[in-house]
Design a binder for this molecule. Sequence first.
Ligand code: NAD
Length: 340
Amino acid sequence: MKILVTGGAGFVGSQYVRSMLAGEYVGYENARVTVVDKLTYAGNLTSLPARHPRLDFIEADVCDPHEMMAALPGHDAVVHFAAESHVDRSLLSARQFALTNVVGTQNLLECCLRAGVPRVVQVSTDEVYGSIESGSWREDDPLAPNSPYSASKSGGDLMARAYYRTHGLDVRVTRCCNNYGPYQCIEKLIPLFVTNLLDGKDVPLYGDGQNQREWIHVADHCRALQLVLDRGRPGECYNIGGQVRLTNAELAGRLLALCGAGQDRIRRVADRKGHDRRYAVDDDKIRRELGYQPLIPFSTGLADTVAWYRANRRWWGPQRQAVRLPVTAAGHRGRDNGQP
Ligand code: NAD
């Protein structure tokens, strides 16, 4: 079994690769993994096991047909994580999002078709449905993305649908809520807040802090992806939900408590342009069809995540200089925002 993982040096992709190589996925204990990653600011080779006998790495761009046609042949499946993933960046420079998330996905699907790759998982997000005041989105609800990030992910999802419908390529789409866990770039909310607190800095909270998100541990997300890869149905979409829904203010409170800091460390900043108020997915389908359920309780997972950042400054410390964070539409440096 040979699995090609795009974006495998990023946050979620590297978790998937580590879990696969650690033998956590039944039936795939001996699988070989090829990571294809462009190593943008968000890609980090130190998130992957060093010199693992079943791991190959190719530095390549999913938008490049020649590079993909060289990498893909001989693989049994592709799990497509590679993306531009930070909403704040998409507010400032949407072009790269359209290129990677739409054109890159189309190019990858076309090359999978030509190379005869039998199965593809398109890893997408609950953000494609847009904001929902109450209740939760189902897979057959219409897409109504509001940011250039979620619009570009929607474009990728629609390409996946088109390649299934038109060409019969076996593509399955997953739409997951917000992930947390180790090895996440410090531009995103949880690592940003934790590393700021560890460094004695304030944490910035957008607007009134009442935007609500659903949270899942990254390892649970990856287990769900593996179920979809292994037993999902071609051409289908699967929502992946988490264990809790929290406002950003509630989440900030939990992080302050875990880091031993007081409420006075919260600094209110102007709201993000077009900030979606609430995301929530109904994941009854994957639970019913594939027996999925998240296993990591939020309180344990969050405490472990904070402990990981505390213990792994060597991993994130260099990002303070290396990751150039954007000035957001609200006029604040991305480093100071980082909210999902
Ligand atoms: P990330 O930004 O941490 O990682 C993205 C990876 O893709 C990086 O390693 C980067 O180098 C690579 N990459 C970017 N452009 C590329 C290109 N053109 N060619 C090859 N590689 C390229 O993102 P993440 O948080 O790990 O998200 C991974 C996927 O999961 C994305 O598709 C995202 O939409 C989806 N997702 C993420 C979350 C979340 O909460 N993090 C939730 C739902 C869905």
